[in-house]
Write a protein that binds this ligand. Structure first.
Ligand SMILES: Cc1cc2nc3c(=O)[nH]c(=O)nc-3n(C[C@H](O)[C@H](O)[C@H](O)COP(=O)(O)O)c2cc1C
Length: 352
């Protein structure tokens, strides 16, 4: 119907946040254009037995999801099947609305198919987003809710922010993702410690039986990450999402000295950390791999390293709505080529 390369050329003339607002406007409108929406669902949404999994208490028709940060206010959920996504993660939401960091705070690196961002959880706040979500949930694809603390909340009150958010979102999402790994809220990553992880999962599990997952940063020793993930699981976490953006500024030419890097340049870094976690935990919990993925080969190496699900954000911006379809169709071939009958047989195959 249209060439994404042409759309991208036009969109990349705009400042990145303006382009995102235009995209949001289009994606909010798409479900109301019923003919175009159905056409795009038929074209892009892969629904195949080999890729269908019943995990986290729900059904994923394909394993490719939209990573948190693109749909911060839950306004684009209905358009995601047309984009080919098998699930979506909204947020990160905070209890109170907040504007985020000073602009400019979003930068493209087209040659590297990478992004640097210092958004800082700009979002409309739980009250408004709960309203948006109630209009949609439950939906045709699973919806995860990524939650984070407000910037102004001191560290010793952080748990209360997460508790309020869990109470607010537990009945209108399929899973909750605890975000303590964004580099753009001061000291947030300090919460990636044993004590806080024990406290947050103990609290969460007292409140809800919905799956609660932990999202971690890539910028720590693999052993440290594994220990934190093991603690999270011991205290009730239902899965791990690895990884958030990286603060390894050596990955980009002319980087900014703030924010987090995502996209192709972080693929190997996020894969190495994911594989280390997968080696220990692939048969003990649900693992979601995210970071620099935009093709089937990369997605499949994550699956073989233990990923039940994949998330993509930056790749979607550079490759557009045909990306998920291409990945899913190729994944089916890769799974078959390895002699497997279902994705579940490929998950963690590197360790069997
Ligand atoms: C502009 C932007 C905003 C993001 N915001 C969030 C967020 O609010 N919460 C979160 O958990 N991750 C956020 N992320 C991180 C992504 O979800 C993902 O973990 C990271 O970008 C690596 O994946 P990618 O290379 O496919 O983009 C954001 C990433 C980008 C590029």
């Amino acid at each position: 119907m249209f060439e994404y390369e042409t759309v991208k050329k036009i969109m990349f003339n705009f400042e990145p946040e303006t382009a995102h607002s235009i995209a949001e406007c289009g994606l909010r409108t798409l479900p109301y254009c019923r003919f175009v929406n159905s056409y795009m669902i038929n074209k892009n949404f892969v629904n195949h037995d080999i890729l269908t999994q019943n995990i986290l208490g729900t059904t994923f028709h394909n394993p490719i999801g939209l990573g948190a940060g693109f749909d911060k206010n839950a306004t684009m959920i209905k358009a995601m099947p047309a984009m080919g996504f098998g699930y979506t993660e909204i947020g990160t939401m905070t209890p109170k609305p907040q504007a985020g960091n000073e602009k400019p705070r979003l930068f493209r690196y087209p040659e590297q198919e990478s992004i640097q961002n210092a958004m800082g959880f700009n979002n409309k706040g739980a009250y408004k987003i709960i309203g948006n979500l109630k209009k949609v949930y439950p939906y045709a694809i699973p919806v995860g809710a990524s939650i984070g603390k407000n910037k102004i909340t001191p560290e010793n009150k952080a748990l209360e922010d997460y508790e309020n958010l869990i109470r607010g979102f537990k009945d209108i999402s399929d899973y909750l993702a605890i975000n303590i790994s964004s580099p753009n809220t001061p000291n947030l990553r300090d919460l990636q410690n044993e004590e806080f992880i024990k406290a947050i999962f103990t609290m969460a599990k007292n409140i809800t039986s919905k799956p609660v997952l932990l999202k971690i940063a890539p910028d720590m020793e693999h052993e440290t990450a594994i220990t934190l993930c093991k603690t999270a699981i011991e205290y009730g976490a239902d899965g791990i999402i690895a990884t958030n953006t990286t603060q390894d500024y050596s990955l980009l030419p002319n980087p900014k000295d703030f924010g987090g890097i995502s996209g192709a340049v972080m693929s190997d870094k996020s894969y190495e950390m994911f594989k280390a976690i997968g080696a220990e935990l692939h048969d003990k919990t649900v693992l979601i791999s995210v970071g620099g993925i935009s093709d089937a080969k990369d997605a499949y190496r994550r699956i073989r390293a233990g990923a039940s699900l994949i998330q993509i954000l930056s790749g979607f911006i550079f490759k557009g709505p045909s990306m998920c379809k291409n990945i899913n169709e190729e994944l089916i071939e890769l799974i078959k080529a390895d002699g497997f009958n279902h994705i579940s047989e490929a998950i963690g195959a590197d360790f069997k």
